[in-house]
Design a protein around this ligand. Structure first.
Ligand code: GRF
Length: 192
C-alpha cells in the first residue's frame, strides 16, 4: 500500500521531526515525510531535513496575520500532496481555519501527561506540583490548545534531584519513540 504523506511543522531544533524522519526509513513504516516547514527560516531542524533530502520551507511569521501565515503554510503543504500534518515542537498557535482544514489529520506531541499541564513550562509545573511521574502525549489537534483526543502516552519517572532540564531530557527520549509509534498506529487505523 502507498505510504501516507506527512508534512511536519517545526520551530527549532526539530529532534521530534528527526525521530519521525528516521522512523519513516523503516520499510514497514506506513508514512513518509514529504515536507518539513518552519515559522523560522533559521530553524536548525530545516538543515537536518534538507540533509535527508526532504523538501523544506522556512518563512518567518513576523509581520503577518496568523491566518495569513497559516494560509501560506497550507499552500506549501498542499503542494506536496500531504495527507497528514505532524506538529513537532511547532511553537505557534494555529488559526481555526488551518485547524479546520486538517481536522482529524493533524497530530501533535506534547511534553506532559495530558490533560495535565497544557501549554508551556510543563516540566517546571510537574516538579512544582511534586508529581512522581511526568511524560508525553501524542494527540489529535483540535481548536483548543493541547486538548484533542490522546492517541498515546508514555510515563517517565521523576527522580529526586530532577531539574526541569534533566526531566525534559528524559521525556524527550520518550517523545521520540512515542511520536513515531503513535503516528504509525494512527495512520494504520485510518487506512483500514
Ligand atoms: C519538545 O519537547 C516538544 O514536545 C515541545 O518542544 C520540544 C521540541 O523539541 N513542545 P524538538 O524541536 O522536537 O527537538
Amino acid at each position: 500500500m502507498a505510504k501516507a504523506r506527512v508534512a511536519v511543522l517545526i520551530s527549532g531544533r526539530g529532534s521530534n521531526m528527526a525521530a519521525l524522519v528516521y522512523a519513516a526509513k523503516q520499510t514497514d513504516c506506513p508514512f513518509e515525510i514529504v515536507l518539513v516547514a518552519a515559522n523560522d527560516p533559521d530553524a536548525a531542524g530545516l538543515k537536518l531535513a534538507a540533509a535527508e533530502g526532504i523538501t523544506t520551507f522556512g518563512h518567518s511569521h513576523k509581520g503577518m496575520k496568523r491566518a495569513e501565515f497559516d494560509a501560506l503554510l497550507d499552500a506549501e503543504i498542499r503542494k506536496t500532496d500531504a495527507d497528514y500534518v505532524a506538529l513537532a515542537g511547532y511553537m505557534r498557535l494555529l488559526s481555526p481555519e488551518f485547524v479546520e482544514k486538517w481536522a482529524g489529520r493533524m497530530v501533535n506531541i506534547h511534553p506532559s501527561l495530558l490533560p495535565k499541564y497544557k501549554g508551556l513550562d510543563t516540566h517546571e509545573r510537574a516538579l512544582a506540583a511534586g508529581d512522581k511521574v511526568a511524560g508525553c502525549s501524542v494527540h489529535v489537534v483540535t481548536a483548543e490548545l493541547d486538548d484533542g483526543p490522546v492517541l498515546a502516552q508514555t510515563e517517565v519517572a521523576i527522580m529526586p534531584n530532577d531539574t526541569p532540564d534533566s526531566l525534559a531530557a528524559r521525556v524527550l527520549i520518550a517523545e521520540h519513540q512515542t511520536y513515531a509509534r503513535a503516528l504509525a498506529n494512527f495512520i494504520r487505523a485510518q487506512s483500514k
